[in-house]
Ligand binder design. Structure first.
Ligand SMILES: [Zn+2]
Length: 499
């Protein structure tokens, strides 16, 4: 069944979108939230479990102090108010991946509230208000076997892996974000991107989206332009790539506009996102609010962070990405637009490390956004995944600056580095890439070019100096690019003009 969709630009002539995001982040703690089990990804199913995270009767939880500290640090980085008193609560619902029959979460007493995050799209800043940041535990993982889609519908049976059950999970909830208009899909993406950068800077999670360390529920609603009330929202669950966040909002806007145009009503429901088609499909209805019968968790003591601890954590926060970008922009002398390119290419850290290894900011940028970006693109990988380190790029730049190689030879040296032949200097040595000096070999190449192109040589002698380019080209060709073009030009001039 395919949805009727309205053209994206047309949606905006009649409707105003409001978006909102609930993002779950698995913290990178060594042990789980309420027990000592390991959190290492990829272990044999059900080997990282104990009576606590399996919810066996009589087992007692103990809260992970590092997880609490990490949550407070996230709250501080997002400008939140940190609660002086916070409690865990039981969120009661039965589901096979929740062995206890309830999830230990936070309800009306979260750790952090009322923050914000500014994101930039096309030079415009959008303030995203953060409603709350709270701490809870992850669920186990269901594996539905035998069906075509991997979903429970149509499966023969299901397996459950409890290794993930009880891993600390931070939920970051925004307030509704109105006013983004046509940029709503990009603002959603920019928000998750910036949030991910902050989490990386804090070192609280590996935020590997492909491993599900960070997943967003994306809320979208439409209201007729000028309407005082917001429309009914849908919640697209567990979107786990930056690109998909943007696509999910775009798709929902187009789908909901078609429903409203036809006089229909948008149903309040969760929806699934499909990577292959970029579409969403209906999930669970949320027309009636589920009563989770929250009540304070009696087995855990309340968390009461004191002022002194909070201020200590605040003072120890690392430089945050936005401040870091502003500082680097200044240091490298780049425009906001160029900085945005670097951010989008995932090149800020790489350029920074290359500069730290001795390259000039301009050279570092040129290589990472030029040749290396092209290679990453050809190979279909991220820049950081290329088999070349910032130190090696700096070495390559150094060899060009010193005149040992030119740009063309540097690209050949890079081939060698990427093929695992060693550092640039070693590759230049082993592949014989160094620029030729004024050797006998070069002298004979220059003389051969003059002899082989008598008509061109005659033109140069006769005063048509620009014709010398053809002779330089001929020498570069016979030396397979290893000669220095300026040297070759000078040698030709000595023979044709000065004589
Ligand atoms: Zn356990």
């Amino acid at each position: 069944m395919s949805d009727t969709l309205v053209d994206f630009d047309e949606v905006l002539t009649r409707y105003e979108p409001v978006i909102g995001l609930e993002t779950h982040v698995e913290l990178g703690t060594e042990s789980k939230m309420f027990c000592g089990c390991s959190t290492t990804f990829g272990a044999e199913p059900n080997t990282q479990t104990c009576p606590v995270c399996l919810g066996l009767p009589g087992s007692l939880p103990v809260a992970n102090a590092v997880a609490i500290e990490s949550t407070i640090r996230i709250g501080l980085a997002l400008g939140c108010r940190i609660a002086s008193w916070s409690r865990f609560a039981r969120k009661n619902y039965f589901y096979p991946d929740i062995p206890k029959g309830f999830q230990t979460s936070q309800y009306d007493e979260p750790l952090c509230t009322a923050g914000h995050l500014d994101v930039e799209v096309d030079g415009e800043t959008y303030r995203v208000e953060i409603e709350r940041v709270h701490l809870e535990e992850d669920t186990g993982k269901n594996l539905h076997v035998g069906g075509a889609t991997g979903r429970i519908h149509g499966a023969d049976y299901s397996l459950i892996d409890y290794n993930r059950a009880g891993i600390p999970l931070v939920e970051i909830v925004t307030r509704p974000i109105p006013g983004a208009g046509a940029k709503a899909p990009e603002v959603a993406r920019a928000y998750v991107t910036e949030l991910r950068e902050i989490l990386l800077a804090l070192g609280v999670s590996e935020v590997r989206m492909e491993q599900g360390n960070l997943r967003s529920d994306v809320n979208t609603s439409l209201a007729p332009i000028g309407s005082l009330e917001w429309g009914t929202r849908t919640e697209t669950k567990n979107v786990n790539s930056l690109r998909s966040v943007e696509r999910a909002v775009r798709y929902e806007m187009r789908r909901q506009a078609a429903v409203l145009d036809a006089g229909g009503r948008v149903l309040q429901e969760t929806r699934h996102f499909h990577e292959d088609t970029g579409s969403t499909s209906e999930g669970r209805s949320k027309e009636e609010a589920t009563d989770y019968r929250y009540f304070p968790e009696p087995d855990l003591v309340p968390i009461a962070p004191d002022e002194e601890w909070i201020e200590k954590l605040r003072a120890a926060l690392p430089e945050l990405p936005a401040a870091r970008r502003a500082r680097l922009r200044e240091e490298w002398g780049v425009s906001p637009t160029e900085m945005a390119w670097l951010v989008n290419a995932g090149a800020v850290e790489l350029v920074g490390d290359t500069v730290a290894a001795g390259a000039s900011p301009a050279d570092a940028r040129k290589w990472w956004l030029g040749e290396l970006a092209r290679r990453a693109n050809d190979a279909g990988v991220e820049l950081a995944e290329l088999a070349v380190t910032p130190a090696q790029v700096a070495e390559l730049v150094g060899l060009v600056t010193a005149g040992t190689i030119n740009d063309q030879l540097a690209r050949q040296a890079l081939d060698g580095v990427l093929a695992g032949e060693g550092d640039p200097a070693a590759v230049v040595e082993s592949r014989g890439l160094a620029v030729m000096g004024e050797s006998d070999e070069l002298v004979s190449a220059v003389e051969a070019a003059i002899e082989g192109n008598p008509d061109v040589a005659e033109k140069v002698r006769g005063g048509k100096v620009q014709a010398i380019g053809a002779l330089v080209g001929a020498v570069m060709k016979t030396t397979r690019g290893k000669a220095d073009a300026a040297t070759v030009k000078r040698m030709l001039e000595e023979r044709l003009i000065s004589s």
